[in-house]
Design a protein around this ligand. Structure first.
Ligand code: FE2
Length: 183
């Protein structure tokens, strides 16, 4: 019979060496030749600017992955209001960073630290009631179909839509494209 671990004192070995440690890697050469580097997007507006998303919101793009139709960003809803009804065709994870957000369809309210997971086939309407709105970090996969309040289809946002949103704004405002966003 399998014994479940009961020792919860395990943690990374303590170190104050502040030294880069080379770990054994049987595929080091292959990784150097075929691997890709991770990315970093800092908080400077030059790294990624806030870009208007309708009259009451802005998006700060963080990542685009065209192979997997994945896009990541921070959505900032600036004051109490609604971000349209939408239907998901992929999985979404979000973390509330500031303010608060909820969906008309559910009974919970996300406050800073609150974690949201959404699945394909879900349709819902995002709102914030907080006087200072909300900021939501999102890691999103698959198309999002937006509808108006009469359930009439408006547009589909996928990785290409978000990439175009970023590149068009940069082009029109003389901002250099940040290659770190393209994973
Ligand atoms: Fe959603």
């Amino acid at each position: 019979m399998y014994d479940e671990p009961t020792d919860f004192s395990k943690a990374p070995p303590p170190s104050d060496a502040y030294r880069i440690v080379e770990v054994p890697d049987p595929f080091r050469e292959l990784q150097a030749r075929r691997g890709v580097a991770g990315t970093f997007v800092g908080t400077d507006p030059g790294d990624s600017p806030w870009i208007p998303f309708g009259p009451n919101a802005a998006i700060r793009h963080l990542a685009f992955d065209v192979r997997n139709n994945i896009f990541s960003n921070i959505l900032w809803i600036k004051k109490p209001g609604v971000i349209g009804t939408h239907y998901h065709r992929g999985q979404i994870v979000m973390l509330c960073l500031e303010g608060s957000a909820r969906y008309l369809e559910y009974d919970w309210v996300a406050t800073p630290g609150g974690f949201i997971q959404e699945v394909p086939g879900e349709a819902h309407t995002l709102v914030t009631d907080h006087p200072e709105g909300t900021k939501l970090f999102g890691w999103m996969q698959g198309a999002i179909d937006f509808y108006d309040d009469e359930a009439k289809f408006a547009f589909t946002a996928d990785v290409w839509w978000f990439m175009n949103h970023y590149e068009t704004y940069c082009r029109e405002n003389g901002i250099e494209i940040n290659e770190q966003l393209y994973i």
